[in-house]
Design a protein around this ligand. Structure first.
Ligand code: ATP
Ligand code: MG
Ligand code: MG
Length: 385
């Protein structure tokens, strides 16, 4: 099982954690990204310095590998198709899947064609006031204006609150291909990691609850604090969505739970996902190992995506760069003092709001996880036992 070399496009924290999982299985990985990126820091293989949007760099990576995968969807898909044809390298997720998902509007159209419930959206035919006024008439205000491509951490989103804010919205997202979404007055955001085998079998991790702050994932509660029927409904929706993408690998499915208990898909990521970091400590197999197993074609037995025990509860806290340089390390230090908490740091230089690391807390009840979290974030001063 260790004779295939896996190339990873992207060397950020997700790549770093894929490398860790592959290392444990003695699977060699080669990373394509800028020098000294987080994934390169933890293994000394002959990596490729370059860009995952550049054909030449992708050719260099393909020449060294048997299988390519991604830690980010914003890669050059035409280059991937070229190296697949030219070098016979296997690529998962499939380039066509990455292409569909890269454009959030095409992604939605694809899901609708497969009978999957998504937030209602329309394409913006041209980036001018008249087009947005018509959308405002259709969706009312607020509505969400989104970049179709290259979005992350909400940086391609703009909440259009009133007709008067349309010029600002156009200024904010100018020159980007746009679509608009109806506002979703959700009660909670849910997420499910789903791993798909090459045979098309899908395995869902538990349904979790994600809390965003300034559009960035902040805290994840696993399992989600919802009824079993809602958790199952989210899981089925996520599995059905992932069944619509051929090929294999792990997918992160983000959803909205509406006040009437309807669940709609917000978006899908064709890779490990921030909402799945808790799996490292709380599940039988982590999302990163599951992804490696899927793309290499290793066994994925029954229950390998389950919580480790029937009473396992977990909270994941993202460690974001503080306004004051490195102040976020105080949170990490408190986590190190806390029983049942694990600290992951990604090896990045600090910047406000940058994802610097995460902390997993695992216990037999959510209340206990929460009291540990309170100490870590400084809300309580008593070190939990
Ligand atoms: P990611 O980093 O997850 O890829 P992104 O930049 O692709 O983020 P989205 O997931 O589209 O952005 O949106 C970010 C957040 O904005 C969502 O998690 C949700 O909190 C909020 N949001 C997005 N779409 C809507 C909507 N239609 N109605 C209400 N809130 C929304
Ligand atoms: Mg996104
Ligand atoms: Mg998102």
């Amino acid at each position: 099982m260790d004779n295939k070399i896996v190339g990873i496009l992207g060397g950020g924290q997700l790549g770093r954690m894929i490398v860790e999982a592959a290392n444990r299985l003695n699977i060699k990985t080669v990373v394509l990204d800028v020098p000294n990126s987080p994934a390169k820091q933890i293994n000394s293989n002959e990596h490729v310095d370059g860009s995952f949007t550049d054909l030449k760099s992708i050719i260099q990576l393909a020449e060294k590998c048997d299988i390519l995968t991604v830690e980010i969807e914003h890669v050059d898909v035409e280059a991937l198709k070229y190296v697949k044809e030219k070098f016979g390298v296997e690529i998962y997720p499939l380039p066509d899947t990455i292409k569909l998902i890269q454009d959030k509007y095409l992604q939605k159209e694809h899901l609708i064609q497969h009978g999957i419930s998504v937030t209602e959206s329309v394409a913006v035919p041209s980036n001018d006031e008249q087009s947005l006024i018509e959308i405002g008439n259709k969706f009312n205000y607020p509505f969400m204006l989104k970049s179709r491509t290259l979005a992350y951490d909400g940086r391609g989103n703009y909440v259009v609150k009133t007709k008067e804010s349309i010029p600002e919205a156009l200024e904010f997202l100018k020159d980007r291909p746009l679509y608009a979404e109806k506002w979703c007055p959700f009660n909670k955001e849910l997420a499910v990691m789903v791993v798909r085998s090459i045979e098309g079998e899908v395995f869902a991790y538990p349904t979790v609850e994600t809390i965003h702050k300034n559009n960035i994932c902040h805290v994840v509660y696993a399992p989600a604090r919802v009824s079993d029927s809602i958790a199952v409904k989210a899981s089925v929706l996520a599995k059905n969505a992932v069944k619509s993408f051929p090929g294999c690998g792990i997918f992160g499915v983000e959803m909205f739970l509406l006040p009437n208990n309807e669940i709609l898909i917000n978006e899908i990521a064709p890779r490990p996902h921030n909402s799945g970091h808790y799996t490292i400590d709380a599940c039988v197999t982590s999302q990163f190992e599951a992804h490696v197993r899927a793309v290499v074609g290793l066994p994925m037995p029954k229950n390998f995506t389950s919580l480790s025990t029937t009473t396992t509860n977990a909270i994941m806290l993202n460690v974001l760069g503080d306004e004051e340089s490195n102040k976020e390390l105080e949170i990490c230090r408190r986590a190190l003092e806390t029983p049942n908490a694990s600290v992951y740091l990604y090896g990045k230089s600090t910047r406000p709001n940058r994802k610097m690391g995460h902390i997993n807390i695992v216990s037999s009840s959510m209340e206990d996880c929460e009291s540990r979290l309170d100490y870590i974030i400084g809300k309580s001063s008593k070190i939990p036992e």
